[in-house]
Design a protein around this ligand. Structure first.
Ligand code: MN
Length: 128
């Protein structure tokens, strides 16, 4: 992370409280700013309201699933530039393709391996 600019703000969209708390705590410890949404509808609202530097999007979400939420964000001129990393619980065949076709910029699977995830976050926020 560059020392001369503020740390990236990551919006975590995750309905599972334990995953949410774990992820936000560990990323905060690494210096990231964290915003939290608990379903896909709130995720879309918060992306518009706060313009985070990156979104970690669980795919299986109430109200609006991660694929739908990502498609909406990527179709809107105000939010389409925000990188989205899809997170899924299992590496199901086709999940990656579905995430990328919804407009996700990258994809990762749970359980989260933090070094690997941070590498992906860094790559997608580097140009900011
Ligand atoms: Mn979920």
């Amino acid at each position: 992370m560059s020392e001369n600019r503020p740390p990236p703000v990551v919006l975590i969209v995750e309905d599972n409280e334990m995953n949410r708390d774990m992820l936000s705590r560990r990323l905060q410890r690494k210096g990231y700013g964290i915003l939290i949404a608990v379903d896909g509808g709130q995720g879309v609202e918060m992306a518009h309201a706060n313009k985070p530097d990156l979104i970690l999007m669980d795919m299986s979400l109430p109200v609006k699933d991660g694929w739908t939420a990502t498609k909406e964000l990527k179709q809107h001129p105000d939010t389409k530039h925000i990188p989205v990393i899809a997170l899924t619980a299992h590496a199901m065949a086709g999940d990656r393709e579905n995430a990328l076709s919804a407009g996700c910029d990258d994809y990762d699977t749970k359980p989260i391996e933090l070094p690997r995830l941070i590498e992906k976050i860094t790559l997608l926020t580097w140009a900011l």
